[in-house]
Structure formats: C-alpha cells, structure tokens
Design a protein around this ligand. Structure first.
Ligand SMILES: Nc1ncnc2c1ncn2[C@@H]1O[C@H](COP(=O)(O)OP(=O)(O)OP(=O)(O)O)[C@@H](O)[C@H]1O
Length: 268
C-alpha cells in the first residue's frame, strides 16, 4: 500500500507545485491522476520515486517512508518502481534491446552491465519483455527507427525489466494518436491485471480515464480537488470533468474500440 501524507513541494523559485496532498493507493489499483497543465501531476509522480525531492510530507510504501531514504536503501526501493514517460526517454541511438536491458541496471551487482555485458538471464528476460509487448522483431533496430507507439512499448518493456511492484506513467499517451493510446493503455492494464502491478498514471481524456482507471484523483493548483472510484468515474459528466480539468477537457472520440483490432499493439 502507498500512503501519501501531507505532501508539499515548493520549487527553488518559490513555486508551490503540491500543497498538503494526501491519498492512499491500495496494491493492484490503476489510479489515474487528472488535472490541468501545471496542476502538479508530474511533480507528484516524480516525488513518489524521488526523481524530485518533496519539501514536506511522507511517502509511505509498505510502511517505509520513501521521502526519507538515501543511498542503497533508496536504490532498492526505486528499482521496484518502473517509470514510463510522455516522450519515452529512450537512448535514441542505442538499440531497442540495449534500451530494454538498461531497465535492469538497478540490479547490477558490478559495473559489467554498464559496459554492455548483461548476463544471458537478463538478455532472456529482455526478450520475454519485448515478446510480451509485441516488438521482439524490433530488438536490434535503433530506438530512433521506431514509431512513437513502438517506442512507448520499449519504454514499458524497460520498466518491466525492473520487476516493478508499481509503475508511474506520466502522460504516457499524450504524444500518441487515439488508437495507439488505447494500445499502450491496454498493455499497462495487462500488467496491472495479470501481474498485479499497481499503476499510477496521469491522463487527460475522459474516455481513457473511464475505460482504464479503477480510481481517480483530480489536482488543481497542487491540491486534490476530486477523488472518485470506478462507479463515480463512470457517472461523471463532461461538465463535471471540465470543472476538475478545465475547458481543455475533451473526449478522444467514439467508435475507437472497433478500430482497435486493427491497431498494431492491441493486447488480444
Ligand atoms: N523545476 C521547476 N522549477 C520551478 N517550478 C516548476 C518546476 N517544475 C515544475 N514547476 C512548476 O510547478 C507546477 C506544477 O508543475 P507540474 O509539471 O508538476 O504540473 P503538471 O500537472 O504535470 O503539468 P504538465 O501536464 O504541463 O506537465 C507548475 O506551476 C510548474 O510551472
């Protein structure tokens, strides 16, 4: 279980990005975070794995306060938290395989992996991850040669190499078209349902929120202004969604489900 208690982040320039944020995430949830641009979604996700250091508050993960960890203890916790980024964050000139293997670096006992000598077991694990994401045939291409949807699948395969207990996905489909967005979210849903990996994901289309979230929190100016479970999400109106999200809120469009069968990455 993840318990965020009174989390506050004030950046060096005085910007208050999170203000006394508290919520709990049970293991196995698919929590979606919604909120306008600038509302604090990225800051919140990045505080949880300490890519950003919170100013105040606790991040209790199975009772351990991640906000207080340092050194080896922080490294051990971090390697169980996969991260998926809007712009994929791949090393574009490296191969897909190398990018996926890099997800294993947190487990490296020596520096050998840094120089490209991953163990046969790690390589097999990477092949399995790529197979699961449907892109094993791309393994030896440069990451830059892949389409956006394929690159995001590499990003998920890389996260999978960490044997994550939790995945933080920061606007993972914001750079993708609707069909690819569903394909990527289906992969995350598959990891959530089949492997019981907790997912925390920021999204901004109501259709996607309703389709994938088991629970939603809404942020506005760094504060939680909405919390809803599956039933609440399904009954939310466009007007209510706009109240939380602002006028930018929109639907991706009807009739997508039918076209998914043809998409390149549906988890059939
Ligand atoms: N390094 C930083 N230094 C100062 N202010 C920052 C920094 N990073 C983010 N902010 C500010 O903190 C607030 C929250 O930003 P954050 O990126 O977390 O929001 P967000 O909801 O993820 O927005 P977006 O969807 O645009 O990424 C914004 O006002 C932003 O300008």
């Amino acid at each position: 279980m993840l318990e965020i208690r009174h989390l506050t982040k004030v950046y060096d320039d005085g910007t208050v990005a999170l203000k006394d944020v508290s919520f709990t995430v049970q293991d196995g949830e698919f929590l979606v975070i919604i909120g306008l641009s600038g509302s604090g979604k990225s800051t919140l996700l990045r505080c949880i794995n300490r890519l950003i250091n919170p100013t105040e508050g606790e991040i209790l993960w199975d009772g351990v306060d991640v906000a207080k960890l340092e050194g080896e203890e922080l490294r051990k916790v971090r390697r169980r938290i996969g991260m998926v980024f809007q712009h994929f964050n791949l090393v574009k000139r490296s191969s897909v395989m190398t990018n996926v293997l890099s997800g294993r670096l947190g487990y490296a006992a020596t520096s050998s992996s840094v120089f490209g000598r991953f163990s046969p077991a790690d390589r097999e694990k990477a092949r399995q991850a790529l197979t699961r994401l449907g892109i094993l045939d791309q393994a030896h291409k440069r990451a830059s040669e892949l389409s956006g949807g394929q690159q995001q699948r590499v990003g998920i395969a890389r996260a999978l190499m960490q044997d994550p207990k939790m995945i933080l996905a920061d606007e993972p489909v914001a750079s993708l078209d609707p069909v690819l967005a569903h394909s990527i979210l289906q992969h995350l849903e598959n990891l959530n349902k089949v492997d019981n990996i907790t997912v925390l994901c920021s999204l901004h289309y109501l259709d996607l929120v309703q389709r994938y979230a088991s629970r939603v929190i809404g942020l506005r100016a760094g504060e939680i202004v909405y919390e809803g479970d599956k039933a609440d999400i399904m009954s939310i109106t466009d007007e209510q969604f706009k109240e939380i999200y602002g006028q930018e809120a929109e639907r991706m469009g009807a009739g997508l489900e039918g076209s998914l069968k043809k998409s390149e990455g549906g988890v059939a």
